[in-house]
Design a protein around this ligand. Structure first.
Ligand SMILES: [Zn+2]
Length: 383
């Protein structure tokens, strides 16, 4: 598929708004569903076998397959959803192309990767010889929130020998990334009329003490020794809720905590360490409760000498002349695949720093190169 066709394919994907609705309602046939139908119809036209998996209503993922010579499979994955388009510096779904860039929400994260994988798979499907192993392409819903699209596909039992996850990495080969555990901390007090605060116990004041302790705990990183590519784990408090009326002493306050894990670090152990720390660091004998974690994404760590890393590096080098191996902080589907026993790396067009920004853009040279790299890997079965 040539550069003009790939650019048009990526632009068409950007023109279909697919902001992740979180837990909110999904309009019929819109959002991720509209992207899924588009992906399905394009791939079918090219003779690729496709099915929609929809265990979450209105939010299907696509599973596409090109049969290979062997029974083994290699798995390529990109996601269909985007983060919010509010506050962007230009019309987010116009998909404007200017010289070597495509602008829009999702251009880099993740529709560039999705377009490059689709283009590569269509080339493989029309080739005269079958690929070495069966090639699976998933266009998954809900990556930006709870990764339910990919998790549902994994739950259905799908497995592969190796996987490549498309995310904007500037064509660097990502062999390690952090995981994440999200949990809540709640303080409980006793409500009273604010004209007699001494009759109550103020849950917000107690949370203030906990927050100061957590800030000290998080300083300089937390948990295990630093990883060579990722540094230390981190902890950040992102949301606070507490109190109903100014004239009532609040009986509850709650925070949302984001703990970034090193690969192999157990979420439960990390959360327990916070619990232990808080119980010794903060006095007051007041009710403190840790809730969760309600979201856990495992980290990724693949050896540099692993067959998959070697194959991906070789393909990247053939196309771009260089193939740096690196790590990144953000969590991806690769951590979930790895946890399910499937070695995975992350590789895709678009600069890492472009994801979720107000001026998201995709470098079209990288788009074209990514499609060439994916095609080589699909044909060789990532060997
Ligand atoms: Zn992404």
């Amino acid at each position: 598929m040539d550069r003009a066709q790939l650019t048009e394919l990526a632009a068409e994907l950007v023109r279909i708004p697919s902001v992740n609705p979180l837990e909110g309602p999904v309009g019929d046939g819109r959002g991720e569903a509209a992207v899924a139908r588009f992906v399905e119809s394009r791939l079918r036209e090219a003779g690729v076998e496709c099915e929609l998996k929809e265990t979450q209503e209105g939010r299907p993922s696509v599973v596409a397959r090109v049969r290979g010579e062997s029974d083994e499979a290699v798995w390529f994955d990109a996601h269909t959803d985007t983060v919010s388009a509010e506050g962007m510096e230009f019309e987010p779904f116009a998909a404007r192309v200017d010289e070597d860039e495509l602008y829009g929400r999702g251009a880099a994260d993740d529709k560039g990767s999705l377009a490059a994988m689709m283009g590569a798979l269509m080339e493989v499907a029309k080739g005269e010889s079958r690929p070495e192993a069966t090639v699976i392409l998933t266009a998954s819903a809900d990556e930006e929130y709870r990764m339910r699209g990919l998790l549902e596909i994994l739950d259905s039992g799908m497995r592969a020998r190796a996987a490549v996850v498309g995310e904007p990495t500037g064509l660097e080969v990502i062999i390690a990334h952090k995981g994440v555990a999200r949990f809540k901390v709640a303080t409980k007090g006793t409500s009273a009329h604010s004209s007699r605060p001494e009759d109550g116990v103020n849950a917000i004041y107690h949370m203030g003490r906990l927050l100061a302790a957590l800030e000290a705990y998080a300083k300089g990183g937390v948990g295990r020794d630093a990883h060579p590519l990722l540094g230390k784990g981190t902890l950040s408090v992102g949301v606070i809720r507490g109190g109903e009326y100014v004239n009532v002493v609040p009986d509850r306050c709650e925070i949302d905590v984001d703990r970034r894990l090193l690969p192999g670090e157990e979420a439960r152990v990390a959360v327990n360490a916070v619990r232990t720390y808080l119980s010794s660091a903060v006095e007051g004998g007041m009710g403190t409760e840790l809730i969760g974690p309600d979201l856990v994404v495992p980290g990724l760590d693949v050896r540099a000498d692993h067959e998959l890393v070697q194959a991906v590096s070789a393909a990247v080098k053939e196309v771009t002349g260089r193939a740096p191996l690196s790590g990144m902080t953000g969590a991806t589907h690769a951590g979930q695949l790895m946890k399910a026993g499937i070695p995975a790396v992350v590789l895709g067009p678009g600069a890492t720093g472009q994801a979720h920004t107000a001026a998201e853009e995709l470098d079209l040279n990288e788009l074209e190169q990514a499609a060439a790299i994916y095609e080589r890997l699909m044909r060789s079965g990532c060997r």
